[in-house]
Design a protein around this ligand. Structure first.
Ligand SMILES: CCCCCCCC/C=C\CCCCCCCCC/C=C/C(=O)SCCNC(=O)CCNC(=O)[C@H](O)C(C)(C)COP(=O)(O)OP(=O)(O)OC[C@H]1O[C@@H](n2cnc3c(N)ncnc32)[C@H](O)[C@@H]1OP(=O)(O)O
Ligand SMILES: Cc1cc2nc3c(=O)[nH]c(=O)nc-3n(C[C@H](O)[C@H](O)[C@H](O)COP(=O)(O)OP(=O)(O)OC[C@H]3O[C@@H](n4cnc5c(N)ncnc54)[C@H](O)[C@@H]3O)c2cc1C
Length: 627
């Protein structure tokens, strides 16, 4: 999608900074921009594009949608409503609903989380009771905790939504299934009878995404509104189960894959802002007879920022790699082949948490690296942090997902010990877990991360087995060992992130010009060395690194920072964010940060007059002792 075309849309960009709008005005402004933006953005989507091309376009959309600073109320329409129709609808349902959804004749969201349950899907309480006499489902929220709570766009934007509800037939529960529900009248936009809607209130971020609540009072929908690709309810109320109940969780896997790419983009944006500012900001005078240096020349500043560039590259390479796996598993699922689904789920349950944990921490570090001006909302670092940190929680809270990955790792290890072959991204677990001598090469360090993962997984399995031998139930043993289960998942995720980044870069290196290859491989080297130093305790424990080796690694790291420094600004320019997308006083391409800070400051409503009316009303009588 040509950003120039998007940004040339008249009225798309704000003349009044969002920061000075009320909660309500922010939402209304975001709707105005979304309609303008969306009209242009999706007018370019070609009907004949493959799913893969469309998704790559969606990855691009992530960039262009960034102009919202706080994201769009249409976000769930694109990222979950449409994918759920695609993944959970029958051919007829897809035919009908995709046309309406893609043409924006309707706007949808994905309503799964409830006031009382987010993680535990099997605990959701919204009821969908089948009435065979009328061939309808009766949707009902039996208690307050069963109200849907959080879905983006639900409050005032969407007129349809996918509702994940517990299916009851003749008093028997058949688990959680997706239902297409119209929630507002298409003409008046009024909530339909038996439907309560509203906004959940101000949040740390996402304040223009219109997250809402939804309650049902015996609201009826026709039988054909249950998305029946994976499971069906026949007219007489016969339930036909799907081949795997987890297929209804498919949209979440898709979004977890999307989030890895989104983190690459968010981090690229933040480090572009922080690094460009670090190139123009001069401060202190280490050498009395020389001018104040660029703060980018302080090695501590390079340490804060260069890893963010490398991490954005690493996440992007892993996202593309994971997307290919997702895409091929989706094709297999379509032909009823399910055996690669568990590995895809486990991978997404590692990479979504690690990319959001790292991106959130590094975006905050980008803000902290910019001193006071980084604390300005006009810098757009706080908002970027607010968007990124939400991904720690949504689409599967990170701890819970890491524990899900641990289930697969424990199962794989126990199977391996019993002689069952390991496959795919877990095949390395069968490797030699003894490191005779430290190998400080990039491949050597990556191998050490694999050894750390093997050792952490095997040792936590031993802890689990010892607890169970001591008489603990499997569930209690699992909970007791859960801190080290998440640590084992993290170690596996690190090994995957590092090895995929390296192997994907190796694939591309051959077609790069020598100078570009040199710089990009320096980032790979920096990334691997940085994490070896960050995880030096694990390396000492499991990978035979010595203090001399650590000393060498530290010196190599410092040399890498110096080697990257001359290309640092070029590396963030290569992310190719337009100023309007960065939306930042500190990150603009022309480097006029001070002028932009002053321009933005003058937009504050308080600067419209030299004396605020509170002086005469409060201050003056107060200071005169007359209040
Ligand atoms: C005009 C503007 C236009 C804008 C254009 C912009 C375009 C936008 C594009 C991108 C934007 C940026 C990126 C996207 C952002 C999207 C925003 C999203 C907002 C947030 C939405 C949400 O949060 S939706 C709600 C998400 N909720 C969750 O994820 C809940 C998490 N909980 C769970 O997943 C399950 O409860 C859990 C897995 C934890 C447990 O499930 P349970 O049924 O209890 O299973 P259990 O008994 O534990 O057994 C596990 C068993 O099941 C297998 N399994 C579990 N899950 C899956 C799965 N998903 N797939 C396959 N298998 C699964 C698991 O392997 C275990 O198997 P075994 O070990 O038993 O063999
Ligand atoms: C910005 C934002 C946008 C969102 N958008 C949507 C949306 O569009 N649609 C939608 O349906 N939902 C949405 N959500 C909701 C989101 O999916 C849930 O917040 C998320 O699934 C976590 O559930 P919860 O909030 O109920 O927290 P809980 O599940 O109650 O978790 C709270 C804490 O308990 C811990 N915990 C819970 N279970 C376990 C366990 N088994 N083991 C160990 N620890 C555990 C968690 O780790 C966490 O620290 C959104 C959330 C946010 C923040």
């Amino acid at each position: 999608m040509d950003e120039q075309k998007v940004l040339s849309i008249k009225g798309l960009l704000d003349d009044t900074p969002e920061e000075y709008l009320s909660h309500k005005e922010k939402y209304e402004n975001s709707i105005r921009k979304s309609v303008l933006f969306y009209k242009t953005l999706h007018s370019t989507e070609d009907e004949n594009m493959s799913v893969d091309e469309k998704t790559k376009l969606n990855f691009r959309n992530i960039v262009t949608s960034a102009i919202f600073k706080d994201n769009s109320p249409f976000m769930l329409h694109n990222s979950m409503f449409i994918p759920t129709i695609m993944g959970q609808g029958t051919d007829e349902q897809r035919e009908y609903w995709m046309k309406r959804a893609k043409n924006m004749e309707i706007i949808g969201t994905y309503a799964q989380t409830e006031l009382g349950h987010g993680t535990f899907i099997r605990g959701l309480e919204t009821q969908a009771t089948y009435d065979p006499d009328t061939e309808e489902f009766v949707l009902h929220s039996p208690v307050l905790s069963s109200y849907k709570w959080w879905p983006g766009g639900l409050a005032h934007t969407a007129n349809y939504c996918i509702v994940m509800a517990r299916l009851y037939i003749k008093g028997k529960s058949h688990g959680i299934h997706p239902f297409m529900v119209q929630i507002r009248d298409e003409e008046t936009h009024m909530p339909l009878p038996g439907i309560k809607l509203g906004e959940i209130g101000a949040k740390l971020g996402f304040n223009t995404v219109n997250n809402g609540f939804l309650g049902f009072e015996n609201h009826r929908i026709s039988r054909d509104r249950m998305l029946m690709k994976n499971a069906q309810v026949l007219k007489d109320g016969t339930f036909v189960a799907g081949s795997n109940s987890k297929l209804t969780y498919g949209t979440m896997v898709y979004v977890r894959v999307l989030i890895v790419s989104n983190m690459a983009n968010m981090l690229a944006k933040a480090v572009t802002i922080a690094l460009r500012y670090s190139a123009i900001r001069r401060q202190s005078q280490p050498k009395p007879d020389e001018p104040e240096p660029q703060i980018l020349d302080y090695v501590t500043q390079q340490h804060k920022l260069f890893i963010a560039i490398a991490s954005s590259h690493a996440f992007y390479m892993n996202a593309m790699w994971l997307w290919e796996i997702y895409y091929s598993v989706s094709l297999q699922l379509a032909s009823g082949k399910l055996d690669n689904l568990p590995e895809l789920h486990a991978l997404a349950c590692c990479l979504k948490p690690l990319s959001t944990i790292d991106a959130t921490a590094m975006i905050e570090k980008c803000r902290l690296a910019c001193g006071g001006h980084g604390y300005m909302l006009s810098a757009n670092l706080a908002q970027t942090y607010g968007l990124a940190t939400a991904a720690y929680t949504y689409e599967g809270e990170n701890t819970v997902l890491l524990l899900q990955a641990a289930r697969s790792l424990v199962k794989a290890w126990v199977g391996h010990v019993k002689g069952r072959p390991l496959k795919g991204t877990m095949a390395y677990l069968a490797g030699d877990s003894t490191v005779k001598a430290w190998d400080g090469s990039i491949d050597g360090i990556i191998q050490s991360f694999k050894v750390v993962a093997i050792r952490k997984i095997s040792s936590v399995v031993k802890i689990l087995q010892d607890y169970e031998k001591s008489g603990l139930s499997p569930e209690d043993a699992w909970n007791k060992a859960s801190v080290f289960l998440t640590a084992a998942s993290e170690a596996h995720g690190r090994a995957v992130l590092l090895s995929v980044y390296k192997s994907e870069m190796d694939k591309r290196a051959a077609v790069l010009s020598p100078p570009l290859r040199k710089v990009l491989l320096q980032l790979v080297d920096l990334y691997v060395t940085y994490w070896a130093l960050e995880k030096v305790g694990d390396m000492l424990l499991y990978a035979s690194i010595t203090d001399k080796d650590v000393d060498e690694l530290q010196r190599r790291y410092i040399e890498l920072l110096a080697a990257i420094r001359p290309n640092a600004v070029g590396l963030v320019d290569a992310f190719d964010f337009r100023d309007e997308i960065l939306n930042s006083t500190l990150g603009a391409y022309d480097g006029r940060a001070y002028e932009r800070l002053m321009e933005e400051a003058m937009k504050s409503p308080l600067n419209a007059e030299p004396v605020n009316q509170t002086f005469h009303k409060y201050l003056k009588p107060f200071m005169r002792g007359k209040l």
